[in-house]
Design a protein around this ligand. Structure first.
Ligand code: ZN
Ligand code: MN
Length: 246
């Protein structure tokens, strides 16, 4: 169930019983064919699918995330990419966890949809569990729940570039075609990549490490069918993790 749709009395009676899911995303460019809220839409849908499977309490998704990195999201220079400082994301996440704990929440799953968020979410959770008694918190990224076999199948033709480079490309486009096809500009789907991919960071980023389109890999290999396979497998695996850990 969605926490925001409950009354305070309904919330009071459910929060301690259920695993509380906090999806976290970003407002970030995703090429010419996808909206800025891809990293919000995807973990929000995964949270709903996990709720259907295990009966969770889903908090409103954090709609902003940590700064976009050039080689995993195109960087900060695209219009619309609107990011938080690390400290802001840590404090925002920590505040939400502490407030939910105060109401009785003890079992938490932080479900991340934006590559650059993870270290800051883990830091917020570290600070939270230092203070909160009798809690258990899991943090996970949806892409880490895709099996090697499904990676091989989905990237059979294009080749797998690594999850950092899979931005606005096959998996995100496929999941959007499945979860929210009305938000996908089908006629603008393209393949792209940067001229080079350094193994180190450069500040400020030079133009040749960022594709001008914002697409970091081959989005034309996406399909709603691939999106459905990803959605089902990832939701099943997260539900299994929840069942095992709580
Ligand atoms: Zn994304
Ligand atoms: Mn992202």
């Amino acid at each position: 169930m969605e926490a925001a749709h409950l009354t305070w009395e309904e919330y009071r009676d459910e929060v301690a019983k259920r695993v509380v899911i906090l999806p976290v995303g970003s407002l970030e460019q995703h090429g010419p064919h996808l909206p800025l809220n891809v990293d919000v839409v995807i973990p929000t849908h995964f949270a709903r699918l996990v709720d259907e499977r295990v009966g969770a309490l889903v908090l409103p998704t954090i709609a902003y995330g940590y700064k976009s990195h050039p080689t995993s999201g195109g960087g900060q220079l695209f219009p619309g990419t609107t990011s938080l400082n690390g400290m802001t994301l840590i404090h925002l996440t920590l505040d939400i966890l502490k407030e939910t704990y105060r109401h009785g929440g003890r079992k938490f799953l932080v479900l991340n949809g934006h590559y650059e968020n993870l270290a800051f979410l883990n830091e917020a959770v570290e600070l939270f569990v230092e203070q909160a008694k009798d809690v258990k918190v899991l943090t996970l990224c949806w892409w880490d729940q895709v099996s090697d076999e499904l990676v091989d199948e989905i990237f059979a033709e294009a080749g797998f570039p690594g999850w950092d480079t899979e931005h606005a490309a096959i998996t995100e486009t496929s999941l959007m075609q499945y979860f929210a096809p009305e938000l996908v500009r089908e006629d603008k789907i393209i393949d792209d990549q940067s001229e080079r991919k350094p193994t180190y960071s450069i500040f400020p980023p030079p133009a040749d490490i960022i594709p001008a389109s914002g697409v970091l890999y081959k989005a034309t290999y996406a399909s709603a069918e691939k999106g459905e396979k990803l959605a089902t497998q990832v939701a099943d695996r997260i539900a299994a993790i929840v069942a095992e850990e709580f």
